[in-house]
Ligand binder design. Structure first.
Ligand SMILES: Nc1ncnc2c1ncn2[C@@H]1O[C@H](COP(=O)(O)OP(=O)(O)OP(=O)(O)O)[C@@H](O)[C@H]1O
Ligand SMILES: [Mg+2]
Length: 244
């Protein structure tokens, strides 16, 4: 519903972005979206691609100081894309409270600037060859009073990389999210699922089983593993080919 109203308001016919890219979504917050986006960015950078990154809104960041904190998502992404542009181009809207953006904005007497969510992404189309857009929280996390991560992903039409923590519960969380994404049809394709080992696993069988289970449950979706502190996806991924 919102997709259509925003499309009309902004005068879009079809896909608004003129550069290829990927939308990095997750099953939840703190599952490794930025970690995975940074690794993809570094791999593309090594191939000589001018990579851009955008996380249009972030919370838990005190934006009043001149420099954003080095551990914040915009700065991590900025480092990974080879310091292209500035961290505030990656994330123009930051709010202090570590909560959903509309909640964090309200806590400081403000609100999320909805048109700026999209404008922040669109700025990059003249400044990169391949764009990585990171979501906030999970697939249906609110970005503003009216817009969820799903709305932004569908609006942009970028193939989705779904990051899932490789731990107990991963199979159900993955299928839940894939089911939700599939609801949007061919305009919102899934490029890959990344089973991300955020923490060193205690039970080796637990995570090995997640991989085998997911291969069986969704055989047509590329499934990648990323080990704890791993530097390569397994199997290796051709991100350029998957972006559009
Ligand atoms: N494969 C991994 N190996 C080691 N550490 C990891 C891995 N994946 C994620 N982490 C760490 O886990 C933490 C959470 O990851 P990250 O910040 O990327 O999550 P996120 O989904 O982007 O969170 P948010 O919802 O806040 O944006 C970070 O400290 C990150 O460095
Ligand atoms: Mg992040």
């Amino acid at each position: 519903m919102l997709y259509w109203s925003v499309s009309r308001r902004e005068g879009f016919r079809g896909r608004p972005l003129s550069v290829p890219g990927l939308f990095i979504a997750g099953t939840d917050t703190e599952v490794g979206k930025t970690h995975v986006a940074c690794l993809i960015a570094r791999q593309l950078l090594q191939r000589g691609i001018a990579v851009g990154a955008c996380k249009p809104v972030a919370t838990g960041i005190d934006a009043s100081s001149e420099d954003l904190p080095p551990e914040s998502d915009p700065v991590r992404l900025w480092e990974a894309i080879g310091r292209r542009a500035e961290p505030r181009r990656i994330t123009p809207q930051c709010f202090r409270l570590p909560a959903a953006p509309p909640v964090a904005a309200a806590a400081q007497g403000s609100e999320v600037n909805e048109p700026l969510l999209l404008q922040a992404v669109l700025w990059w189309q003249r400044h990169c060859e391949f764009l990585l857009v990171e979501g906030v929280g999970g697939w249906f996390s609110p970005l503003s009073q009216q817009m969820t991560v799903a709305d932004l992903a569908v609006l942009l039409g970028l193939p989705v990389v779904l990051v899932v923590p490789d731990r107990l519960g991963a199979v159900s969380q993955t299928l839940n999210a894939l089911h939700a994404i599939a609801r949007y049809g061919p305009g919102c394709p899934v490029a890959a699922v990344v089973l991300n080992r955020i923490a060193p696993s205690r039970a080796e069988t637990e995570t090995a089983d997640n991989y085998c289970q997911l291969r069986a449950w969704c055989p047509r979706i590329p499934l990648l593993r990323l080990e704890h502190h791993g530097q390569e996806f397994s199997p290796a991924a051709d991100w350029l080919a998957w972006g559009r």
